[in-house]
Design a protein around this ligand. Sequence first.
Ligand code: FAD
Ligand code: SF4
Ligand code: SF4
Length: 394
Amino acid sequence: MIQVAANCVGCGKCVATCPFGALSIVNRKATASAACTMCGACVSVCPVKALSLPATGAAKKDLSAYKGVWAFIEIADDGYKQSVRPVGFELLSKGRELADQLGEELCAVVIGENVQNYYAELSQYGTDKIYAVSAPEYRHYNTLAYAHAMITLIQKYNPSVVLFPSTYIGRDLSPRISSELFVGLTADCTGLSIKEGNLIQTRPAFGGNIMADIKCPDYRPQMATVRPNVFKKVVKTPGRMAAVVQETIAIPVEAGKVRIIQTQMDPVSGNQKLDEAEVVISGGRGMKDKEGFALLETLAQTLGGAVGASRAAVDMGFKPKEKQVGQSGVTVASKLYIACGISGAVQHVVGMEHSDVIIGINKDANAPIFNVCKYGIVGDAKQVISKALEQLKK
Ligand code: FAD
Ligand code: SF4
Ligand code: SF4
């Protein structure tokens, strides 16, 4: 909490500065409440320099005890079979680079049932070690059980970096762990690198207008989430086997509060997954109506792809939110991406620019989407797609 020195004159200037409402004047002195996040915004406004943050050195941990880059491996369950979610390989590929720069081990952490089935696959990505927690009770994701297992492993082995996928599970699990361990967590990173031994976590800020570099120099482990398709997966060492450390971790009693009685696949997400599709056809406001999107569905079926949408199209009710491509939706890295009636706002582009071939269809020849396209077609999207379908049928 911010420290208020005895020379405070109670002028109140700091009170309005605090974005968290943590300061008030009590008995003509500034007083900070537990809401203080130690952001430091108030320090410079005090005319008598009565405000200061506690010296960081005093709270500093011995960071040399923390070694290793970990990637949490999510197991996907489509109702019939379980498999490693591909984003896990992307985390390992990036993790290998980070571990090499730090001179530390790359470790995969896999929790589930029969996880030995994944060892060979996980080892190919340059993984030095696999921490495995395998038991029937871990077959289905359970927030409390998985968080307990991860915290137990982290406290036992002290990694310096832990990466999570920015999926429903990763987003649920990682903040629980970071708050329990009292460390930072940077969500949806688009870049990760090492500088002076610290993990530099890069992510868009202020609506994507700037890229912020975030570091946590005083605490370990440094934790970040990364969306699927942001990093490329790179097979480093085919045929190699990582060392395996098996841990038995009992599920805490409170985890029993949640029991999976039955699972049912949502028919929408049961279709080809947007973030794993090789062909993505996305529609924007320029598709005009549901009939326009029906054309996109036909094109997607013909090409064997999935249909996505811009936020404007989602807002207009043409597609559900989980089909939104972009900064606040899904990131795709398809082989072919066709943007139909989409202007190409930066918030959309960051979610699809890693695709191999991008085709834009827009009636406005100056639309920004053409700046990221390999091929651009100027014209009415419905007419262009109808003609393309005729040709494809032939
Ligand atoms: P518009 O910008 O309205 O563009 C429609 C385009 O269709 C125009 O270029 C027009 O020339 C063309 N057109 C019109 N008629 C036709 C026709 N008959 N044939 C061909 N072309 C035609 N957006 C996202 O998509 N994903 C996100 O994740 C996302 N996150 C955001 C997060 C934040 C914090 C903010 C502030 C915004 C976000 N947005 C996101 C919104 C984004 O800024 C744009 O508003 C949105 O992408 C615009 O969608 P659009 O291109 O479909 O619509
Ligand atoms: Fe408020 Fe930040 Fe000052 Fe704390 S350090 S009192 S949160 S402005
Ligand atoms: Fe006290 Fe400084 Fe705040 Fe004024 S600005 S109330 S002097 S701490």
